[in-house]
Design a protein around this ligand. Structure first.
Ligand code: SME
Length: 170
């Protein structure tokens, strides 16, 4: 029990440091794409339980790969299938403790065992994509990851102008 509390406290502290660093880095970012790439790189290399870290973006009604870190990913996700599309549909964070139990889960890498999907909203609260993180551990993601990742993607919150270059259709 004590171990679990200790682990949670350390994770909270690590996320707080990452968040501060991202606030600083993203404040200097000239472009939405730079911000997305920076978020992926920092999260992926600072958090040990992250095995694949990346964005899927809604482009002309398809969920297409954006900046990511990790092994080669599916470029377009089959429509209305899997965890990312479930996050788009629900417009809410989805935590999957065991991806093998999730109906329709799309396995871009068979080594992934759990997953968290965080929806991305623009200034008008339209959904324009997701942040997707996979772990090799089962049950790797908790409310701590949810809380901080939701806070981190809010640093993006693009204007319609910023989304134009992606041909994003939300
Ligand atoms: N597992 C996701 C697909 C993307 S990969 O995890 C990188 C899904 O079911 O939507």
């Amino acid at each position: 029990m004590e171990d679990k509390t200790n682990h949670s406290t350390k994770l909270e502290q690590l996320y707080a440091r990452i968040y501060n660093q991202l606030q600083d880095l993203l404040g200097k970012s000239p472009h939405l794409l730079c911000k997305m790439a920076t978020i992926c790189a920092l999260l992926h290399h600072k958090l040990n339980h992250f095995f694949w870290t990346g964005f899927y973006i809604l482009i002309n009604g398809q969920l297409c790969i954006g900046p990511y870190q990790g092994s080669l990913a599916c470029q377009v996700l089959e429509k209305a299938k899997g965890v990312c599309w479930a996050g788009i549909k629900a417009k809410k964070t989805i935590i999957v403790p065991d991806v093998h139990q999730f109906p329709g889960h799309i396995a871009c890498d068979s080594r992934s065992n759990s997953e968290i999907v965080i929806p991305l909203f623009d200034f008008q609260r339209n959904i324009w994509g997701v942040l997707d993180v996979d772990s090799r551990q089962f049950n790797a993601f908790s409310e701590i990851d949810q809380l901080w990742l939701e806070k981190i993607v809010q640093l993006l919150t693009p204007t319609p102008e910023e989304l134009k270059f992606l041909s994003v259709s939300s």
